[in-house]
Design a protein around this ligand. Sequence first.
Ligand code: PLP
Length: 441
Amino acid sequence: MEENSSLVDELSAWDKKHFLHPTSPIQQQQDLGPAFIFTEGKGVYLHDLLGKKVIDGMSSLWNVNIGHGREELGLIASDQMTKLAFTSNFATFSNEPAIRLAKKLSDISPGNLQATFFTSGGSEANDTAYKLARHYWMLKGQNNRKKIISRTKSYHGVAIGSTSATGLKPFRDFTNSLAPDFLHVDNFSSQALRDLIEKEGPETIAAFIAEPVQGAGGVHIAPENYFKEVKEICEEYGVLFITDEVITGFGRTGKYFGIEHYGVTPDLMCFAKGVTSGYAQLGGVMLSSDIYQAFTEMSKGTLLHGYTYSGHPVACAVALKNIEIIESEHLIANANQLGNELLKGLQNVQNKCGIVGEVRGLGLMGAVEIVKNKSSQERYTNPVAPLIVSAAAKNGLICRSVVFDGQDTLVFAPPLSINKEELYSLVQILTESILSIEGTY
Ligand code: PLP
C-alpha cells in the first residue's frame, strides 16, 4: 500500500502533535509516531494503513472476545441508534435494552447476583463498587466500614478509587495524591488478608476486591484453595467480597466468569470489556440479592450515584447481541479447548527457547516468563520482553510485555473465536520472535 505512505506520514505527524495516548510511552510516540494506524479487523486479524496484517494476540485490550469485524454488532448498533440513541436512566426512566441486559446478566452470573448498576467501563465499575459497598454499610448503620483491601500486582483501572486500589505501584505513583482508605495485601496469601483485617479492625473494612486471574499484572493464577480461603475470611469478618471480572468475564478463562473456577461466589462483581467485546463502551457492577435488598428496602432518598451513560441503550443492545454470539457459537467452550492448546503451545515455546522460564495459562489467558537462566530463573537486568513484543509485531503478532515489579513477562489473550490454525501461527511467530532476540544476547 505504497499509496498510503504519505497519508501515514501526515497522520503520524498529527498524532504526535495532537493525540495524548492512554498508557503509552510518550517519548517513543514523539520519536517514532504511532506503532500502528489500524483500519480494519476481521476475526483474530487486524490490518493497518500500510496494509500490514497482524494477529491480535491480546484481543486488543483483553476485550474483543468474539473477534473483530462482526457485522451483526454494527447492524444492531445502527438499528438502536436510529430508533433511540440515548435516553437517561436517572429519575427511574428506563429503556428496553438496559432492562433486558440487566435480566440476562442475572441469569448468567454466579451465585445470587441479582441487580446491575451500569457504567461505561471497568474503572467506573470499580469506583462504583467501592461506593456502593460503603453505602451498603452506611445503610446497615456501620459507618466505619470504609476501607477497601486489594492485592499486590492487581490492576483495577485509572479513576481515582480504582487507581488507589491498583496494586501495581507505578500506576499509583503516576499521581501524587490518592484516595484514602485503600490498603494492599500480598496477592496469594490468605493469611496476609486475615492478618491485615485483624490489624486494622474488621469493623473498619468495607470490602476486599480481587481479579480471579490477575491480568495486566502479568496473568497470575491463584493457588487452588486461595479463593475458598479468602471467601471464608471475608464471611468470618463480615467483609464484602468483590470480584473484578473486567478481563475474566464473558468466557475469557473458559467459564462464563473467572471466579467460577474456584467454587465461591462474590457479593459484588465488576465487569466491562468482554460484555460488548469492545464494540461499545460498557461496564457495570452486579449486586447480590442481599445487598440489593438493603438498597431497595433501607434506602430513604435518592441513590446519588449515576453516570450520564449508565445503561446506554446502544451499548446495552450491543452487549445483548454479543452475549447471544458468545452463547450460540459456543465461544466459552472454545476458550476452554483452545486455552489448553495455547498452554501446550507455550510449553513448546519453553522447550525450544533458551530464555523462557515458567509458562502459565487459564483459558485464553497466557503468560511466558523471560529468564537469563532457566534453572535458577534469574532475570536479565534490563527486561527483554519489550524487545520480543517489538520483534513479534514486526513478524505479525501483537502481544504485550509486563515489566512491573521486576517482572519480565509476555502475556497473551487472543479472541475466544480463535481456531487451531490461527493459534498455531500465534505460537510459531512467538517462537521465531523469541529466538531472534535470544540470538542477539
Ligand atoms: N479492572 C481490570 C481487571 C482491568 O483489567 C481493567 C482494564 O484493563 C480495568 C479494571 C479498567 O477498565 P477500563 O480500562 O475499562 O476503565
